[in-house]
Design a protein around this ligand. Structure first.
Ligand code: SF4
Ligand code: SF4
Length: 420
């Protein structure tokens, strides 16, 4: 039996064999939509609407003051009821726009453009305007998508790896969103005509078969086995696939967002939904859920028949976060939510480190987590950084393998917040 912990000290006693899901469950948008203006790590938008305004699908509700913040769009038509502050899934206070959905889904027309004639700067801005959030820069640090795209690259890496411990979510890329995924590959070939394009999938047999079939005749190389198992961090993925840690010549694209980029640039269509895995023993109907942005978690819970969860984890089980509030909006970029029963969560307590070194063996950054943890416990944050603690990519592997259930990941997340 393996034990592992996630942020806020959730331990899960069972290693669950990954299930493969391809059924998509559509969640009807509720009457009361809640749009968070803080979708990106440490960055927020300011509202561009006011109470009483009628808004349409595609209308911007909030925009960033800084160029790296992507806009927040309305996914429904309706009336702005309030602009207020609310607690988000993880217990942080965020500004939100509350919209009463009139269920007419009237759309705001968008200006047309031709991406083929755009210069790089205009193209990057068009990608930013798609409002997409990617999560592959340091596991939970969500950022706006435009930053992934560089003007020139020798290598393009499409990262389709997810933790997969509670089920693979990549099936929708080669099943449901197949056509737009292939159009996305055509787009990448247009943007980077000289580059080698590689797709990084999990080693799951269904995924390898699905992607092999999808990529035939595209010239895209498939890689599914690498020294470390899951790539939440793009620098790490770039290092292990192309030996280019500084990402000088490499562009890493979040494969899960590629179909939305294709629709956005080739058809000028925004994607207002996200697809995410809903699983755990408290869920009556596990599967991949299609959820409109602005939907709160309790709406998804009702649809999935969630009863009496003991713990809820947003994000993958290795590095996700314990959920604090369920009437909060699901941030864009979350691709997995687990509802765990008490029997799935270990009651075993953290005990002393036995200096077995397993955490150091699995750390993809070559860190010594047991030493770093001791420094954090002593609140010696200076030494934490001198010992490269700031390089931790928050993958959670050290906590996962630790036989003493040390809360290593939690400790490093805390230390990095103190420094900031
Ligand atoms: S210290 Fe732990 S969480 Fe950080 S990179 Fe290493 S294994 Fe991952
Ligand atoms: S895996 Fe756990 S017990 Fe082993 S050295 Fe690391 S912190 Fe200590």
């Amino acid at each position: 039996m393996k034990l592992f912990s996630v942020s806020k000290a959730v331990h899960v006693p069972k290693f669950k064999p990954a299930e493969h899901f391809s059924n998509i469950v559509e969640v009807d948008a509720p009457k009361n939509m809640v749009y968070s203006l803080s979708q990106q790590h440490n960055l927020k938008c300011v509202p561009t609407v006011k109470r009483g305004d009628r808004v349409l699908v595609n209308q911007i509700l909030g925009e960033g003051e800084n160029n790296s913040v992507v806009p927040v769009y309305s996914s429904v038509s309706g009336t702005v009821k309030q602009i207020t502050t609310k607690v988000d899934l993880l217990g942080n206070k965020v500004d939100v726009v509350l919209v009463e959905n009139d269920e007419l889904y009237e759309k705001m027309p968008r200006d047309t453009f031709n991406y083929e004639t755009m210069d790089f700067k205009a193209l990057q801005d068009a990608i930013k305007q798609l409002g997409l959030i990617e999560t592959q820069n340091l596991s939970n640090r969500k950022r706006g998508m435009q930053l992934s795209f560089k003007e020139k690259a020798k290598n393009v890496l499409l990262n389709a790896q997810e933790s997969g411990l509670y089920g693979q979510v990549d099936g929708y890329l080669y099943e449901t969103e197949k056509e737009d995924f292939l159009r996305g590959i055509d787009l990448l070939k247009h943007l980077y005509p000289e580059a080698n394009i590689t797709l990084l999938s999990t080693a799951d047999a269904d995924s390898v078969i699905g992607f092999t079939d999808l990529l035939k005749n595209t010239g895209v190389r498939l890689i599914s086995k690498l020294p470390t198992q899951f790539y939440h961090d793009m620098n790490l993925a770039s290092r292990d696939v192309f030996g280019d840690f500084a990402m000088k010549d490499t562009v890493v694209i979040d494969a899960f967002l590629l179909p939305a980029v294709a629709r956005g640039l080739m058809d000028n269509r925004l994607t207002h939904y996200q697809l995410m895995l809903v699983n755990g023993e408290a869920v009556a109907t596990p599967g991949i859920y299609k959820v409109l942005s602005g939907t709160t978690l309790d709406v998804v819970m009702e649809k999935a028949g969630v009863t009496d969860p003991f713990r809820i984890v947003a994000g993958n089980i290795l590095s996700g976060d314990a959920v604090f509030s369920t009437d909060a909006p699901i941030n864009r970029g979350i691709r997995e939510i687990l509802f765990l029963k008490e029997n799935e969560v270990s009651k075993e307590e953290e005990v002393n480190c036995i200096k077995c070194g397993r955490c150091a063996d699995v750390c993809p950054m070559g860190l010594h987590p047991y030493e770093l943890n001791a420094l954090v416990i002593m609140r010696d944050f200076e030494s934490f950084y001198e010992n490269r603690g700031g390089m931790c990519v928050e993958c959670g592997r050290c906590s996962y393998v630790c036989p003493s259930k040390r809360h290593l990941l939690q400790s490093f997340k805390t230390a990095k917040k103190v420094k900031r």
